[in-house]
Design a protein around this ligand. Structure first.
Ligand code: SAM
Length: 277
């Protein structure tokens, strides 16, 4: 008998993939969680019925959410990661040679536990001595910070449940305060094909607080539409006007210096919608 996992991506579309084994199912205090073995995507982490990451394509998302902001800042010494419980973003952040200290604030310690147990490719960076891992609400953490971080990376679930507040104008003001005077942040901001109104709202909210706001894109096949957006808010460095002069020589699989700039070149429908052009 064949077993299939089906994710309802919107009212009209579903993504299905064959499952060979259900490795873990749990109801945490914050969300429902499953880890599935799939022949198409490898192991997949599912939260509240939504694919968070898969071993097959995670490197694209994690390299892009980490190295684009890290290499936009000329000296990313102190970094904050909000969310990112699977560990993929932390793995990328700690291997950047300029990063001296990273704090990761994840609200749900059960996600980290499941990743440690079932997704060693992703959780491998969580024990790095550069990383200070804390289990608390990212919003509360940011509220208490002032002039502290060079780069903040918001690797959250979709804007539902505990992540809703991570996508608000009030939160971006707190992020601005938590950043140093030349700091910048990047956040995952959903599908440009399905969530353009949402991206435009984030663009306006970030633009109301930061002098520079930019979207960039990457292809992530396991996410709705296969094309994913990230939004960067920056106090000083514009990734488009000043792309990195050099990029650390790391064994990337997706990211490189050309992709860094190319990712900010938006398709016409996005430029039109966002009023750029
Ligand atoms: N790459 C994924 C995506 O785009 O769907 C996100 C992966 S990561 C598993 C997302 C994490 O954000 C989850 O583990 C969730 O518990 C965490 N999270 C959600 N809201 C949070 C909050 N307010 N503070 C800290 N972590 C939060």
């Amino acid at each position: 008998m064949e077993l299939w996992y089906t994710e309802k991506q919107n009212d009209n579309l579903k993504l299905s993939c064959r499952v060979t084994k259900t490795l873990h199912v749990e109801k945490t205090p914050f969300q429902s969680m499953a880890v599935l073995e799939t022949p198409g995507f490898g192991r997949a982490l599912i939260l509240d019925g939504i694919v968070q990451t898969t071993v097959w394509d995670e490197y694209i998302y994690h390299e892009m959410i980490a190295h684009v902001p890290l290499n936009t800042h000329p000296s990313p010494k102190k970094v904050l990661i909000i969310g990112g419980g699977d560990g993929g973003t932390a793995r990328e952040v700690v291997r950047h040679p300029m990063v001296q200290a990273a704090v990761m604030v994840e609200i749900d310690e059960r996600v980290v536990a499941a990743s440690r147990a079932f997704l060693p490719e992703l959780s491998s960076g969580l024990d790095d001595p550069k990383l200070d891992l804390r289990f608390e609400d990212g919003i509360k953490h940011v509220e208490a910070c002032e002039n502290e971080y060079d780069v903040i990376i918001i690797d959250s679930t979709d804007p539902v449940g505990p992540a809703v507040g991570l996508f608000s104008g009030g939160f971006y003001r707190k992020v601005h305060k938590a950043l140093k005077e030349d700091g910048l942040f990047a956040a995952q901001t959903e599908s440009p094909l399905f969530d353009l109104n949402f991206i435009a709202r984030i663009n306006d909210d970030v633009g109301a607080v930061f002098p520079i706001v930019r979207q960039y894109l990457a292809c992530v096949p396991s996410y709705p539409g296969g094309l994913w957006s990230f939004t960067m808010g920056s106090k000083k460095f514009d990734p488009v006007l000043t792309p990195p002069a050099s990029v650390p020589e790391l064994p990337y699989r997706y990211y490189n210096k050309s992709i860094h700039l190319a990712a900010f070149m938006l398709p016409q429908f996005m430029q039109d919608f966002l009023g750029r052009g």
